[in-house]
Design a protein around this ligand. Structure first.
Ligand SMILES: [Zn+2]
Length: 128
C-alpha cells in the first residue's frame, strides 16, 4: 500500500484463489483472502519486509510476510510447499485480471458469502 516493498513475478500464476481459513480471515481484515499461487523462484522482492511465523492447518510453520511500514500483507509461505507460495492479490499493481478459480477452506466460508461460480471448492488446501 505504501510502496516501501515492490515485487515482480516473472511467470503467470499457477492458480488464483479465495481462502476462507481461520488465519486468512483475521490477517486480511476481511471475510477471506484473495491470493495467487506461484512458484517461489518466480518472485523478486525489493524492500524490507517483516514476517509473522504462523502455524498452518498442517501443524507446520507458515511464514506470513508483510510490509513493516504500512502493515499490508504480502505473501504466505507454508513449509509444506517449499516450491510454492501465495501472494496476496490485493497488493498487485494491476490485478483486474484476477478471477478465483478455486476456493479453499470453504467449510469456514461466512454464510453471506456466495461461492464463486465455476470455482473449484476445497475443504482445505488444494491438491497442488
Ligand atoms: Zn488461508
Amino acid at each position: 500500500m505504501c510502496g516501501a516493498v515492490r515485487y515482480d513475478i516473472s511467470e503467470a500464476p499457477i492458480a488464483s484463489a479465495l481462502c476462507h481459513c481461520d488465519r486468512c480471515r483475521p490477517q486480511s481484515g476481511s471475510a477471506f483472502s484473495t491470493v495467487i499461487i506461484i512458484e517461489r523462484s518466480t518472485i523478486a522482492l525489493q524492500g524490507a519486509t517483516a514476517v509473522f511465523e504462523d502455524i498452518g492447518a498442517s501443524g507446520r510453520r507458515v511464514v506470513r510476510r508483510y510490509c513493516p511500514q504500512c502493515g499490508s500483507p504480502l505473501t504466505t509461505e507454508p513449509d509444506v510447499t517449499p516450491e510454492l507460495m501465495m501472494v496476496k492479490a490485493g497488493g498487485i499493481d494491476a490485478n483486474e485480471w484476477f478471477r478465483p478459480v478455486m476456493e479453499l477452506f470453504v467449510g469456514r466460508r461466512r454464510p453471506w458469502v456466495t461461492p464463486v461460480r465455476g470455482a473449484q471448492q476445497f475443504e482445505g488446501n488444494p491438491p497442488i
